[in-house]
Write a protein that binds this ligand. Sequence first.
Ligand code: SF4
Length: 204
Amino acid sequence: MKDFSELIAHAKSCPAPTEIEKGEIVGGFAHNQVMALADKVIDAVKTGAIKRFFVMAGCDGRMKSREYYANFAKALPQDTVILTAGCAKYQYNKLNLGDIGGIPRVLDAGQCNDSYSLAVIALKLKEVFGLDDINQLPISYNIAWYEQKAVIVLLALLYLGVKNIHLGPTLPGFLSPNVVKVLADNFGIDGISNVEDDLKMFLA
Ligand code: SF4
C-alpha cells in the first residue's frame, strides 16, 4: 500500500480553495428541449432570423491552437446559432453571445454523449423542412476532436450521411494519408485553417 500521509498532511496545511469567478451559464438544450422550442426555431429559420447553425461540439484541450474555437465563436455573425455538446464549449460558453428572439446563440446539449441530441435535432429539422438530404439543412460542422469518443461520434455522423465536416485543430494523427483521402473523397472531411478564411468558406 502506498503511503500518502505526507501529501495528505501538506494538503491539510494549504488554504481552502476560493471562488475564482461568478456567473450563470444556461445549458440543458438536449433534443427534447430544443424540440419544445421547435416552432420558435423553425420560424426563426423561415424568417431568416437564424441563417445558419454551427455544430461546434467535441473536445477541448489546453493547447494554444484551441483558442481558434473561441475566436471562431466570437467572429460568427449574429444570425447564427452554435449547437454544442462536450468539452469544446468551454472555449466560448462564457462569451455572452446573446440570443436570437429568445433562442440562446449557444445551445448546449450537455456532455459529449449528448451529441446524440444534436443528431436528433438535425434529423427532426430535416423532417420538418421536408428535405431529402440532411446536408440540405443550414448546418455547418466545425468539430474539435481529441479523444477516441469524438471519433465514434464522427463515425455516427458519417453513418447518418453528414458531409463536409471540418475537424480541428489538427486531423487525427492516426489517420493515414490513404484514409484521409477516402474520408475527403467520400465525405468531404477536411481540416481547419484560420478563423477568417474558415468563416468565408462556411458562409459561402
Ligand atoms: S471525449 Fe473526453 S475530452 Fe472529448 S468531449 Fe468527451 S469528455 Fe470531453
